[in-house]
Design a protein around this ligand. Structure first.
Ligand code: NAD
Ligand code: MG
Length: 402
């Protein structure tokens, strides 16, 4: 039996992972489940999956969970505090770590899993955006296995395998096509984008996801982060990766080889497919995903991305080209800006402005260690908060006039 720790178990990826595990109980057992503060859901998950450990970051919430589980005579050990995310990621009985925490909060535990030499099923793309080189070095040094859960990267990984079981770029690969749905605002009038609401931004046409990544999909910062993620995962350069808007989200990405072959991975837009592949690789297991009815499929369209509509794409590309602390800065500023948008404090279009302001302010330097990245994250968040403040008053004013 393979022991699985799910970090961010109560989220969208976490619950999809548990669904796949429940269909493959003969292969996997749940060692640990973690949540930020949603103990209601974590409680239900503990009852159903009986993990050895449950971690709730919030101490008061952890206390409550402990009492409730004790009443059910469950022997799950309940821990609190961020350091215990790292702890369960490194446990002896943990074979696989599903890194499904959202944002920079997932960095430390992803790194802990790498240092402990685990199989890492990486959903938390922010880990690679922030600490690409350091993380990849830790994976290599500790013989960890890194498997992408992000659907596009999982697709690219599957396509690359068609060449000699390869896991990265080789001279036989001529291009990676990173597909993108274009989000809910692909066709919205640009002048109307200023006034879209958080709920409109989170109403993704094809995927059901957490709110942060949903907003990232609407600004296409998600694709920018994924571009950076792809560069690290597959040792590619920005220019090796072509972003392609594919509104149907059926082709999850493609790889072109020098002989003119393009290998694509297709399927329903359902994260249980990439999760199942990362769990079972190099084998395959059932995921619960419906078969794709190719006869009822509409046309498959592909368009070049519009950088004017989606300024975040350019910001991410430039951050990756400039390297150093720029990708970590981009990520931190984006997290602050997205939260401010979700809290109705700034407009949708201001997200890119906040990120750009911060990237222009910070001075770039080479990354030497993780402490430096943590310091950059803190500095960029402070700058982004200031930038948000300077826009918030005007935004509140514009709303009261509207
Ligand atoms: P979500 O918001 O639904 O869930 C996030 C999880 O992280 C929850 O369990 C929450 O309790 C936990 N969490 C949040 N803040 C935390 C903190 N400060 N400390 C510890 N735990 C914390 O998010 P999601 O949509 O499942 O996305 C998770 C990650 O997977 C993100 O990095 C996202 O980019 C990536 N991803 C998601 C999808 C998807 O379809 N949802 C697809 C590809 C990649
Ligand atoms: Mg994706």
């Amino acid at each position: 039996m393979i022991g699985v720790a799910i970090l961010g178990a109560t989220g969208s990826i976490g619950t999809s992972t548990l669904d796949v595990l429940s269909r493959n109980k003969d292969r996997y057992r749940v060692v640990a489940l973690t949540a930020n503060n949603n103990t209601e859901k974590l409680y239900e998950q503990c009852i159903e999956y009986k993990p050895a450990y449950a971690v709730v970051v919030d101490e008061t919430a952890a206390e409550k969970l402990k009492i409730r589980l004790a009443k059910q005579s469950l022997d799950t050990v309940v821990l609190s505090g961020v350091e215990n995310l790292d702890y369960v990621a490194s446990l002896e009985q943990t074979d696989y770590v599903v890194a499904a925490i959202v944002g920079a909060a997932g960095l430390s535990s992803s790194l802990a899993a790498a240092k402990a030499g685990k199989r890492i099923l990486l959903a938390n793309k922010e880990t690679l955006v922030m600490s690409g080189q350091i993380f990849m070095d830790e994976v290599a040094r500790n013989n960890a296995t890194l498997l992408p859960v992000d659907s596009e990267h999982n697709a690219i990984f599957q396509c690359l395998q068609s060449f000699n079981g390869s896991t990265g770029l080789s001279k036989e690969v001529s291009k990676i096509y990173l597909t993108a749905s274009g989000g809910p605002f692909r066709k919205t009038d640009i002048d109307k984008l200023e006034f879209v609401t958080p709920d409109q931004a989170c109403a993704h046409p094809n995927w059901s996801m957490g709110r942060k990544i949903s907003v990232d999909s609407a600004t296409m910062m998600n694709k920018g982060l994924e571009l950076i993620e792809a560069c690290w995962l597959f040792s590619a350069d920005v220019d090796d990766v072509q972003i392609a808007i594919h509104p149907q989200s059926i082709v999850h990405s493609m790889v072109e080889f020098i002989d003119g072959s393009i290998i694509a991975q297709l399927g329903q837009p359902d994260m249980r497919t990439p999760i199942a592949y990362a769990l079972a690789w190099p084998e395959r297991i059932k995921s619960g995903v419906q078969s794709l009815d190719i006869f009822s499929m509409a046309n498959l369209e592909f368009e070049k991305p519009d950088y004017e509509r989606f300024p975040c794409l350019r910001l991410a590309e430039d951050a990756m080209r400039n390297g150093g602390v720029m990708p970590a800065t981009l990520n931190a500023a984006n997290e602050v800006a997205v939260q401010a948008f979700l809290d109705n404090r700034i407009s949708f279009m201001s997200i890119a402005n906040v990120v750009e302001n911060v990237l222009n302010q910070i001075s770039n330097k080479e990354v030497t260690d993780i402490q430096m990245l943590v310091a950059t994250d803190t500095e960029a968040r402070a700058m982004a908060t200031e930038s948000v403040e300077s826009m918030a008053t005007a935004f509140a004013g514009s709303k009261s006039h509207a």
